[in-house]
Design a protein around this ligand. Structure first.
Ligand code: PLP
Ligand code: COI
Length: 344
């Protein structure tokens, strides 16, 4: 195996060694199997391929300062996958199976677990897909649950570097009463093309508004939104954003740091009042923003409004403090007073 440069890891679909798989059929989950073929075989009519009967989770495992291995809040991911599976009418992997297969995946890929001290971790990607061959639009009680992993560093190429986001006036992520709050693959499909256009224009992130009125901030394509004014951590309450485990964690970290926390609808206008703003999620951790541009049509040059945060891309003090605290807990450098680390 080629020596991995832990310092320069990005966030890629790295080909590791072991994928752990269980099959739900005839009312039960099979004993998880560790495979090293790094491939799946499906019927070409599988529901996942035609009708996007597919959902996933994302969580990280860390080699901590004292050598122990910890997954970060994995029971939250297990519960969220069950909620998503119910939405799709799929069999739900029980928490115990979810945790066991994540642990098996770590143990089957130990050479890919980044050592302590490089700002890197092992990203675990549990995937649940409908494999039954089917034309009819009805759930079927059969699924494959697989856990794979990749060693990762920073999602955007550098930790805690501020970036620009764009609000695309002609693209939505989630319909009202739709699937936005569930971690289904289809939600991400809608972001691929606008991401490509945004990246070509120098924007790192897409910020979506609520699609019914476009008056409130929802979330980024990859992560939740937070804004900071004074000592307040403010994050949108919306039934079309993904309930982020990182955001939930940061709300508690913010309170521990003496901040006030508000979770409520965030009017678009309020963006102009934030001193700091950013995205938060497992992959991105915290992405501080230097600016958000609104574009009526993403493909066109017109920018109707810009919101600026901080000066010269300097990351604000609260975003820095939040980032430092959450990453210190994950690395075992700060006391885990909330019991978020799940030791393997
Ligand atoms: N929002 C979206 C659309 C996401 O894809 C993610 C990533 O998982 C998040 C928010 C953040 O959620 P979490 O903190 O649980 O990773
Ligand atoms: C995560 O943060 O775990 C995600 O699934 C986001 C994805 C865009 C990488």
């Amino acid at each position: 195996m080629k020596q991995i440069d832990w310092k320069t890891l990005g966030f890629d679909a790295y080909r590791t060694r072991t994928v752990v798989i269980s099959h739900f059929k005839d009312g039960q989950w099979s004993t998880p199997e560790k495979t090293e073929t790094f491939s799946f075989t499906f019927d070409p009519f599988a529901q996942a391929l035609h009708y996007a009967i597919s959902c996933f989770e994302g969580l990280k495992a860390f080699r901590q300062q004292d050598g122990r291995i910890a997954m970060f809040r994995p029971t939250e991911n297990a519960a969220r996958m069950q909620r998503t599976a119910r939405y799709l009418g799929m069999p739900c992997p029980p928490e115990e199976l979810f945790l066991q297969m994540c642990e098996d995946c770590i143990h089957g890929n130990m050479e890919f677990l980044p050592p302590y001290g490089f700002g890197a971790s092992m990203y675990l990607r549990p995937l649940l897909i409908g494999v039954h061959p089917q034309m009819q639009l009805v759930p079927y009680p059969e699924a494959v649950f697989a856990v794979m992993c990749a060693p990762v560093g920073s999602y955007y190429g550098a930790h805690l570097r501020s970036c620009a986001a764009v609000i695309p006036g002609n693209y939505d992520r989630a319909a009202p009463k739709g699937s936005g709050s569930y971690k289904i693959g289809a939600n991400y499909a809608a972001t691929f093309k606008p991401y490509k256009i945004a990246h070509e224009q120098g924007y790192t992130e897409l910020l979506y508004l609520n699609s019914s009125t476009r008056e409130y901030v929802d979330e980024f394509g990859s992560s939740n939104f937070f804004g900071i004014r004074g000592n307040k951590y403010i994050t949108p309450l919306s039934d079309s954003v993904l309930p982020s485990i990182t955001n939930k964690t940061l709300q508690e970290v913010a309170a521990d740091l003496g901040m006030e926390v508000e979770k409520r609808p965030v009017p678009l206008e309020e963006l102009a009042t934030f001193e700091e703003a950013g995205g938060c999620g497992t992959a991105v951790v915290i992405t501080p923003l230097s600016r958000i541009d609104m574009k009526p049509v993403l493909e066109e040059p017109e920018v109707s409004r810009s919101f600026l945060f901080g000066t010269d891309g300097v990351v604000g003090p609260w975003s820095t403090a939040l980032y430092r605290r959450i990453t210190a807990i994950q690395a075992g450098e700060a006391e885990d007073t909330h019991g978020w680390c799940y030791f393997v």
